[in-house]
Design a protein around this ligand. Sequence first.
Ligand code: ADE
Length: 239
Amino acid sequence: MRIDVISLFPEFVAQCAAFGVVGRAGERGLLSMHGWNPRDYAEGNYRRVDERPFGGGPGMVMLIDPLRAAIRAARAADPAPARVVYLSPQGARLDQAKVRELAGHARLILLCGRYEGVDERLIRAEVDEELSIGDYVLSGGELAAAVVVDAVARLQDGALGDAESAVQDSFEDGLLDCPHYTRPVEHELGAVPEVLMSGNHARIAQWRRQQSLGRTWQRRPDLFDEAALSKADRKLLAA
Ligand code: ADE
């Protein structure tokens, strides 16, 4: 997968992608990252990338032309069609289902805004999709882009080892993950639940499912879809 980042600070997103699972995905050739700075496409001695908003008000708005030139340069750098995603608080909320969908594209172009945002005409003309990573305001789209890069990179085939399989992740089955424990069995902070040492895989799987159901019900009732529960799930939840 190829990801191009359009940003006034493209190195920032690249740095975020240099470590751990995502860094390894890069080393294995599963992901390539490319940065494009709209300032390199801006005109004049000052290389302006922003102007004051028409209609007044605080802040600045990013100009159409430097952004459009950077997006076009990114598109032209590879013949595969790219999905252009603009990160902004006005976008649809990113979730694991959307991450899965994005991870299936051969190319993404992530557009990061700064200041008050981007001229709306550029968004209408060049952007396929506007996404938000949550209901709070960041000072730019770079951190949000880094979140998208991380989440899609780890889903690329071969990015995770067997031991890290994404199948067991939170949200992959619509529920939060169960708790995890490792050595030592006894610790001053408490003991590991006995069931996890039982060697009984069916009991362990049942316990984990029960924990996931209970946590989701308590912590994230908005995720909880009672109608989708199996009869066995209902029993576990009631127990
Ligand atoms: N840019 C600023 N805030 C953002 C958010 N919450 N999500 C995505 N992009 C953003």
